[in-house]
Design a protein around this ligand. Structure first.
Ligand code: C2E
Ligand code: CA
Ligand code: CA
Length: 553
């Protein structure tokens, strides 16, 4: 290659063009053992100065140690061979010492066969592109700079994070091209809906972020979301519904932002979008610190619960609440799960049972309480023959575990009559009753286990389930008991339900009786069993035995 510029001229060119470039030009004079790189590289890498002598030793201070040998070999080869090109991908250390992948390319200028100098360019290859050619929008990494403009606590302004609902499913069902079209159309519809001062960026596959740092209020954010949604609908109509999809939106108001760090803002806006998606498709939600803290608590609680399960159920306890006949005789007990830890104290079952169910931990925990229940049952039967113990089984346990087989096996192990074991199923889970579930339910019934429908009167298709499942017992939820105490018609309805149970030969259990008045009113309905604080609060098995072992004896 013919020499056209002097080395000094090259260095001058590097300095002149540096402010206009995202990558870093450099020049390396072999004979003078001198290196020059564009100044912005100093902001990024652990380079001591833009120009330095003693090149190889200085390189050693910012080249990632594991990669230095490879670089040195390459530089030696330039000296000893006649190659005219340098092309190596390796790592430099960032200012804070993190390894950053770079691609270093250069042209070697030779004189009489000997390398004189090399000039070229360093690119960061780990860096994500700043624009997105599919959506035509700017990309995420331009955002970290932009977030710095947010003034925490400012009364107006917002971020609206938009996500295409189930883009992964769309891609899988209809193909990537179809998914790409959805992304393009969403980007266009968002852009068409923006007002002055609002900008949109593409974050990742199926998500976009609109920023409004000026005057936008919460109502403006909601209106913007609705405008985008209408625009997408109109777009789909125009295209004769060739591409069908919906979007959800999470709104983060500047007034709710406490610190404007990139990771916090991304985390919170992501959370608000997740909240919207939890509500269902094509809807929006506003970030709230309270909901966010609750989700963190839920996450941490899950960790504690998981540890407890694997630590031989340390922290779990089985409580028992008595079941009486209206004539005052103790007939059995319902077992109820309790959980406490040093960190959280006693946690309400209303909080931890759904976490166990969502995580699947209810399968081992449910087996554990079943054993506790049967153990107490066996103990009590020596004092009260025929004493029944019930335990709650989630729909999830029926669907995913082998709980039915476990129940039958454990009944044998404890040598119990199956008729004294009661499985309580909460009705809410039944809404999606399926064949597998019906089979398991039948299996238990055929083996003599007593089946109860819990929380009766709180769900939707009660009567349908009665017919389909033929439980032995229906348990009336406390909310029904309370409203029947206050409302004449509700009380009449409860009476009809009671008659229906009698006609179908089902036992009728009224839960949540707290006061003598409630007991008086409810006993007019002649329930088979009663349960509630009036008869006894749930307590550990030792306290239960102390309190009730002499009853009826
Ligand atoms: P549930 O099965 O309907 O249990 C009855 C709930 O009513 C219990 O709440 C009990 O403490 C409460 N209760 C009983 N009598 C009274 C009363 O007179 N007044 C009032 N206000 N409440 C009364 P708990 O123990 O908090 O359990 C709540 C729910 O958590 C249970 O409702 C059940 O659905 C679930 N759960 C508890 N233990 C288990 C378990 O081992 N497995 C499963 N899958 N769910 C469980
Ligand atoms: Ca129950
Ligand atoms: Ca209940």
């Amino acid at each position: 290659m013919e020499k056209e510029l002097t080395f000094e001229q090259i260095c001058k060119t590097i300095d002149l063009t540096a402010p206009t470039m995202d990558n870093y030009m450099y020049a390396y004079h072999f004979e003078q053992d001198y290196y020059h790189i564009s100044v912005p590289a100093l902001d990024r890498f652990r380079i001591p100065s833009a120009s330095f002598h003693n090149v190889v030793e200085t390189l050693r201070t910012f080249v990632y140690p594991n990669d230095f040998e490879r670089l040195q070999k390459e530089l030696d080869e330039i000296q000893t061979s006649d190659c005219c090109e340098h092309n190596l991908q390796y790592r430099w250390m960032s200012k804070d010492g993190a390894p950053i992948w770079i691609s270093c390319r250069g042209t070697v200028i030779r004189q009489n066969g000997k390398p004189l100098y090399m000039m070229g360019c360093v690119n960061e290859i780990g860096e994500r592109p700043k624009a997105d050619n599919l959506s035509g929008l700017l990309r995420l990494n331009s955002l970290s700079e932009i977030f710095k403009r947010i003034i925490p606590g400012k009364e107006t302004g917002f971020l609206l994070r938009l996500g295409i609902d189930d883009l992964r499913g769309i891609n899988a069902r209809l193909g990537i091209e179809y998914g790409d079209l959805a992304v393009q159309q969403t980007a266009e519809c968002i852009q068409d809906s923006l007002e002055p001062g609002q900008e949109v960026y593409r974050i990742q596959g199926d998500e976009f972020l609109v920023t409004d740092y000026s005057k936008g209020t919460y109502t403006d954010a909601v209106n913007l979301f609705r405008r985008i949604r209408r625009r997408i609908d109109a777009c789909m109509q125009q295209n004769h519904y060739e591409v069908l999809f919906t979007v959800s939106g999470g709104i983060l108001m500047c007034e709710d932002i406490e610190d404007n760090s990139y990771s916090t803002i991304m985390k919170w806006s992501e959370f608000s979008l997740a909240q919207a998606k939890n509500k269902g498709v094509s809807t929006y939600a506003r970030y709230s610190t309270e909901a966010y803290m609750l989700s963190l608590r839920k996450r941490d609680l899950l960790v504690s619960l998981r540890q407890a399960v694997y630590n031989n159920f340390e922290g779990f306890q089985a409580y028992f609440q008595p079941l009486f006949q209206p004539n005052g005789s103790l007939i059995g007990a319902e077992s109820l799960m309790r959980f406490s830890s040093e960190e959280y104290g006693a946690v309400s079952p209303a909080e931890f049972i759904p976490i166990l169910e969502e995580s699947g931990l209810i399968i081992p925990a449910g087996k554990w309480i079943m054993r506790q229940a049967m153990a107490l049952c066996k103990k009590f039967q020596s004092v009260i023959p025929g004493f029944k113990v019930s335990f709650n089984v989630s729909y999830i346990q029926f669907l995913n575990g082998n709980i039915c087989e476990e129940i039958l096996k454990t009944i044998k192990e404890f040598d119990l009559t199956p008729e004294t074991v009661v499985v309580e199923l909460t009705e809410s889970g039944l809404l999606e009753s399926n064949h597998h579930f019906s089979k398991k339910w039948k299996l238990l019934k055929e083996n003599g286990v007593q089946m109860a429908l819990d929380d009766f009167g709180t769900g939707y298709s009660n009567f349908h389930y009665l017919n389909e499942l033929h439980p032995h017992i229906i348990k009336i939820d406390r909310s029904f008991t309370v409203s029947a105490m206050q409302n004449h018609e509700e009380y009449a309805l409860l009476g009809i339900l009671r008659q229906l149970a009698a006609t179908l030969h089902l036992s009728f259990c009224i839960e949540g009786i707290e006061t003598p008045e409630e007991f008086f009113q409810m006993s007019q309905l002649h329930p088979d069993y009663c349960q509630g604080y009036y008869f006894g609060k749930p307590c550990p098995s030792i306290a239960f035995i102390e309190q009730f072992a002499n009853v009826n004896v």
